[in-house]
Ligand binder design. Structure first.
Ligand SMILES: [Zn+2]
Length: 78
């Protein structure tokens, strides 16, 4: 059985393997993108948008942070 073995009509084993490889490549890339996307979502779940009422600093900080990263004033309780 060689790569030129005809399976159905003029579709050869080599062509089937080529398409399987391309399909697997697309699947692997999609899976990587999904992992990155999920990881980003998890990170955002632990971050919260914060605007400091004392110094005006704004940005994403950890939900577990208790101080403004710029002026160190305590965050208001949620
Ligand atoms: Zn501040």
């Amino acid at each position: 059985m060689s790569l030129n073995t005809v399976i159905i009509n003029d579709i050869t084993l080599g062509r089937v393997l080529l398409w399987l490889g391309i399909g697997f490549g697309i699947y692997a890339i999609a899976k990587c993108y999904r992992l990155l996307f999920i990881r980003r979502n998890v990170n955002l779940q632990h971050m919260t948008y914060f605007v400091c009422s004392n110094c005006g600093w704004e940005g994403h900080i950890s939900k577990f942070g208790t101080y403004c990263p710029k002026c160190r004033s305590p965050l208001p309780p949620e």
